[in-house]
Structure formats: C-alpha cells, structure tokens
Design a protein around this ligand. Structure first.
Ligand code: CA
Length: 223
C-alpha cells in the first residue's frame, strides 16, 4: 500500500516514515503543499496524510484542488489545530478523516487501517456493500435480499459517496460539491430531497441500513 505523507516538520515526518515503513507501507514524504499536490495528482497513492500548515500551499488548498481534479484518494488530515471549526472545514473540503497532533502511533495506524478497509470495501464487479445492502454501480440497482430497486443518477452519486465512507459523517456541503461542483446555487434542501428519496427506497427494500441525520452537520450511513 502506497502512502503519501505531506508534512513540513522534518523530525515528525522522519518519525512517521519510520513507523509506517515498519508496518510495511510504502511511503513518499514531501515537505510542502505544492509538491504534495503534484505527487497526489498522480493518483498512485492509497492514502494521503496531509498536514494543514504547510509552506507554498496550505493543506486545505491542496485538498480542494485534489477533489476538484476528481482524485478521490482517502485523505487523513493531520493538524495541530484541534478546534471543531477547523475539523469541519477539512471534512467539508473532502477530507476523509482527521487526526489532531499530538497523536499516538496506535491511533494513527488504526485510522490508516480504517481508511484502507473503506477503500477495499468498494471493489468487486462494481458492487458496493454495506450491511444487508448491495449497490450495483453500473446498473444503478440497489439490492437487499430478494428485492431490488433502481435509483436515479443523483441518488446513485449520493449512495456511492455514502457507501465509500460507511459509518462516517457526510456533510451536506460535501454532498453539494460532489453532486453539483463548487460553483453552484444548489442548497441544502436539494440534498434533503434526494436523501428522502433514498430513505424511501431503503424502507421499500426492508433494509436494516438507514441514513441517519447528524444534527447541524449532515448524515451518516448506519446499520
Ligand atoms: Ca506544518
């Protein structure tokens, strides 16, 4: 598994590279945002560990540039800033997880394993699975037991997004960017409409999987 580490504190970077290599990960370390973006744009990494305060280009800008280029590599944001607002900003821009410095080695490794599992969940003949649910990305069919239902394009994009990040909170802003891009007039209630369509389909299928509302933030796919 290939990891890209974007961290300008040389001593921290060296320590992380040492830890990750010991765990048999292949690691490339770069020390500024611009190089981070250039390396990440190759699309050859399975996970990106991204610091926020970086020379040349900050982590937020790296992240939004990556997502704009449709690079969906899972990003774990590493930052000294512990505030909730910073975390929300990172997640809104398309980060998959967030770890505040200082963090422990076991915690870092656990987060990396979780992100790689999430990626592994996806493949296998265009089928995404979660709980008793299967979604066929190419036929747009949502399947539970012997029932199936077809979903529309936007619903499909939302479903895929959730299924690629099961159990993680997905914000409404993230969904808007995913569905309509950054420059859009779309509003939260556009998202709410699609979520309600998907919920109806889940209940029609009798699935144990639900989309729960996380008040003031967004949604989470749960069993
Ligand atoms: Ca830094």
């Amino acid at each position: 598994m290939n990891i890209l580490l974007v961290e300008d504190e040389v001593s921290l970077s060296e320590a992380l590279v040492h830890i990750l290599k010991k765990e048999k990960y292949i690691v490339d370390a770069v020390y500024d945002g611009e190089s981070g973006l250039n390396y990440a744009l190759t699309g050859r990494y399975d996970i990106i560990l991204l610091d926020i305060m970086l020379p040349k280009m900050n982590g937020y800008d790296v992240l939004s540039a990556l997502r704009k280029e449709k690079i969906s590599t899972p990003v774990l944001v590493l930052t000294a800033r512990g505030q909730v607002a910073e975390k929300v900003k990172g997640l809104d821009l398309g980060a998959d997880d967030y770890l505040a410095k200082p963090f422990s080695t076991p915690e870092l490794l656990a987060r990396i394993r979780a992100l790689s599992r999430r990626k592994a969940n996806i493949i296998s003949e265009n089928i995404l699975r979660f709980g008793d649910l299967e979604y066929n990305v190419s036929s747009f069919e949502l399947i539970c037991g012997d029932k199936k239902v077809r979903v529309a394009l936007k619903e499909s994009e939302i479903l895929q997004y959730f299924l690629e990040r099961p159990s993680f909170v997905v914000t409404k802003d993230e969904l808007i960017v995913k569905l309509w891009g950054y420059d859009t007039e779309a509003e939260y209630n556009n998202i709410e409409v699609y979520i309600s369509f998907i919920r109806k389909k889940l209940s029609f299928l009798g699935s144990k999987v639900t989309i729960s509302t996380v008040r003031g933030v967004g949604y989470r796919l749960e069993e």
